[in-house]
Design a protein around this ligand. Structure first.
Ligand SMILES: [Zn+2]
Length: 247
């Protein structure tokens, strides 16, 4: 799947999950959705050419080298008798439910113990990624939310509310990425280390007829427009507003 589509599906998932994560106002939901949108690009840190790997030059470049090395090592250590003879770098360790859960847990721990500034770092990285994939309009929207909270004198309180659980939004973004890749032809081994048919890295994918090519017409003409419509309709308060407008 293309970076833009991963971020778009992450945005929609973030809006859908926002109330469950305790974000009830429109500004809070927008921030959570921006985090899931950006995090939905994180698993591709295991590819040197991805948006995530190229985002902040040498810094994300180094993260990418670490992610690829760790993934390769984990694959060689844990591959099953029928796993393919591949390097295990791209679409492996960072493309698992275990990675999403571990990263989410670690960010919850870090933001819970270090507080507001750690939340700020997570937000900055996730929003930068999301803006890189979805466009500058998102930077404007997030900046407006920040200005609103600043004007109300609630900025620090709003950020401190995110501490200790914003990692779940990050984990959700990573998981949405895996599900997105599982729709494409290559599939995604996101159930690792569950052994399936002799593989611990079994590529979960749709039946052959339903699989689509990354960047192909199904993704561009069906899934992306679906993300755009969903990304608007899922905004809190959108349904009552539409109902009032129609009737
Ligand atoms: Zn991927």
């Amino acid at each position: 799947m293309l970076g833009k589509t991963h971020a778009g599906t992450g945005w929609c998932a973030g809006l859908a999950l926002a109330p469950l994560l305790g974000a009830h106002t429109l500004p809070q939901a927008v921030v959570v959705a921006a985090v899931t949108a950006g995090s939905a690009l994180v698993p591709d840190l295991d590819h040197p050419g991805s948006r995530a790997s190229r985002l902040v030059g040498p810094l994300t470049g180094l993260l990418s080298v670490v992610a690829r090395g760790a993934s390769r090592g984990l694959y060689q250590l844990t591959k099953g008798p029928r796993d393919e003879p591949v390097s295990g770098q791209h679409r492996h360790a960072t493309h698992t439910l275990a990675f999403a859960a571990l990263l989410g847990w670690w960010i919850n721990w870090a933001t819970g113990s270090m507080g507001t500034w750690a939340v700020g770092v997570v937000l900055a990285f996730a929003v930068l990624l999301a803006v890189n994939a979805l466009g500058d309009w998102l930077a404007v929207v997030v900046a407006l939310v920040g200005l609103l909270w600043l004007a109300n004198g609630t900025l620090v309180r709003e950020l401190s509310v995110l501490a200790g659980w914003i990692g779940w939004a990050v984990g959700a973004g990573c998981l949405v990425h895996c599900l997105g890749d599982a729709l494409t032809r290559s599939g995604c081994p996101f159930l690792w280390p569950v052994p399936i048919r002799g593989e611990t890295w079994y590529e979960v994918r749709l039946p052959a007829l339903l699989r689509f090519r990354t960047g192909g017409p199904v993704e561009r003409l069906l899934i992306w427009p679906f993300c755009v419509v969903g990304g608007v309709l899922l905004l809190p308060g959108m349904w009552p507003a539409l109902a009032a407008w129609v009737g």
